[in-house]
Ligand binder design. Structure first.
Ligand code: HEC
Length: 140
């Protein structure tokens, strides 16, 4: 009896990390942070938050890291569970990767914005890539 219980505890201990790994692929979890970043920067554009070049540069870095990691996040056949990614990603992986690198360039430009006047255009350029990719590669 005691033996089967400790076997169960052992199995559970190892089952949890395996589960976590399996779900770190094409799930929406990572992207939520990007949404929050855009909201935070959008608030600066609207004047709801005051412009802060340090924050902009840091958030642009988040976007950049996100863009760089994007193609790697979607290894062929990784769609399972609650993903909104479309199989079109693998039909046109080049196109998908190109938009990811567009976002990377836009984020690089955004990271060097030094005054509030330049923020709307820089943020807009980054925002365009979000829409471009979502309209082709994500479920509406
Ligand atoms: C190269 C393609 C691509 C780019 C660029 C891109 N996304 Fe996405 N995004 C996706 C895909 C694919 C999904 C669906 C992922 C999934 O459900 O697994 C997604 C999902 C999301 C989601 C939903 C996540 C959730 O938790 O449901 C948000 C929010 C999001 N993206 C924000 C953004 C923002 C903001 C940008 C621009 C700064 C952006 N994305 C740029 C491909 C992209």
């Amino acid at each position: 009896m005691a033996r089967s219980i400790s076997f169960l505890a052992f199995a559970v201990m190892f089952a949890i990390p395996a589960q976590t790994l399996a779900h770190s692929g094409a799930t929406g979890i990572v992207k939520k942070d990007v949404g929050a970043v855009m909201k935070e920067l959008g608030a600066m554009v609207k004047g709801d938050a005051s412009f802060d070049a340090t924050v902009v540069a840091r958030r642009a870095g988040d976007l950049k890291a996100h863009a760089a990691g994007m193609p790697a996040l979607f290894p062929e056949g990784s769609i399972h569970g609650p993903s909104e990614a479309l199989p079109q990603i693998w039909k046109n992986f080049e196109g998908f990767s190109r938009i990811a690198s567009d976002l990377e360039s836009a984020a690089t430009a955004l990271s060097s914005v030094e005054d509030a006047a330049a923020l709307p255009a820089a943020l807009g350029a980054a925002g365009k890539t979000c829409k471009a990719c979502h309209s082709d590669y994500r479920k509406p």
